[in-house]
Design a protein around this ligand. Sequence first.
Ligand code: TYD
Length: 225
Amino acid sequence: MRGLFLTLEGIDGAGKSSHIDALAVLFKAQGRTVTRTREPGGTPLAETLRGLILEQPMDALTESLLVFAARRDHVLKVIEPALARGDVVLCDRFTDATFAYQGAGRGFDTTVLSTLERWVQGGRADLGGASSAGNALLQPDITLWFDLAPAIAAERLAGARVPDKFESQPVEFFRRVAAGYAERAAGAERFVRIDASQARDQVWQQIEAALFDRGLIARSTGASI
Ligand code: TYD
């Protein structure tokens, strides 16, 4: 059985990361093995690149190349092997974030991003091929998109911690990022829009309902956050 690749996306402050623990509990309760991971990151090399990406000023092409370099290592060493084992892979951000942040947020050329996406997720044997995907583009099976107005997200983030390079961007940047997510979501059925303005337990109920509706969990387990 091939595994399930689930990603969580949304602008900074939308609250996605706070639901990963509960998702892991939920899938384990269904008898699944769970691999939890994140981007940029998920391997020692990719975590090293994450530190550079989140802290160092750089042009948008450099940033995109580093994000996809980290992703390549992560796909080959963690994501593909876990999916081949039949795991549920819970990944905090993936390529949609690159289209939203580097593409829409920074205004970088999305045709270049699409090319990098094909190289990194295309499984081509001549590029050292990802293990089980053949030539098909590796994409999440389901993407939980935490949609929240940028002004509210900024309020939630304010004072929460020392902001990184992206978190310290002005609200206009996040308006573009949010629009980028909306555009990406409109083009793919795998997206589930979660209204992240609701209270936390209501957000969780939306998540459970979406997974149940798509046949990804057998029933609600009553697992809570
Ligand atoms: P995030 O996932 O929000 O982690 P944390 O909750 O620890 O801050 O932070 C990752 C940041 O990296 C976020 O601001 C978005 C950015 N990012 C990109 O710009 N491009 C990408 O492709 C990815 C995966 C993330």
